[in-house]
Design a protein around this ligand. Sequence first.
Ligand SMILES: N[C@@H](CCC(=O)N[C@@H](CS)C(=O)NCC(=O)O)C(=O)O
Length: 233
Amino acid sequence: MLWHLFHFTRGAQWLTPQRKHNAMTSANRPSQPIKFHRFALSGHCHRVELLLSLLDLPVETIEVNLASGAHKTPGFLALNPFGQLPVIQDGDLTLADSNAILIYLATQYGAEQWLPRSAVEAAQQQRWFSVAAGPLTAGPAAARRGKVFNGPVDMTNAQKQSHALFAVMDAHLRSQNWLVGTTVTLADLANYAYTAHAPEGGVSLADYPHIRAWLARIEALPRFVPMFASPVH
Ligand SMILES: N[C@@H](CCC(=O)N[C@@H](CS)C(=O)NCC(=O)O)C(=O)O
């Protein structure tokens, strides 16, 4: 509790009064906890965990062990035929895909302030979702999968793609605090975990001061929760 209060006061400077209010209370609450199927070391899952926490929504977390193939069992494939995490179940709704889940939660639970309003900013947010599903996954997430999970990854290529992406992101964040517009949006949450944990894949963030400052701004948000850190070597 004290930890949350500390983060609330540290991060509140980035929020408008309405956002400060909504960061602590949701206009609309689910009648029962949202079931959240996840793997704790997955950055795709972390972005959902982060928004669930920022919105202070009730959650029942269901751990799915990727290592044992639990995501390819008939029971799990009935939830997501693509056999991937994360998945949420909210009442009668079953929904997969991390970025789709972010949009759903923000829209459904009265947290539109996380969504850009203008056509241009909505499009820019979508562009950063595409970055999260594209180069962020092919670069930093793949390099981390190779190092942390010994996955079959072309490390040279993944690390090279990571630095190409981070050079663009760092230049973008030189002149603005957030990826889209002037306040934090879902675009920032979608790109957070695999960027923050890139060093676990042998991709240093030392040359990207604007990215590091942006990560710190996200970590200062009220009710921020980190992803479990893996060793860097
Ligand atoms: N587009 C999906 C990708 C999710 C994804 O790649 N999840 C990984 C965990 S980080 C997974 O379930 N991998 C298992 C597999 O693809 O077999 C999303 O954004 O949710």
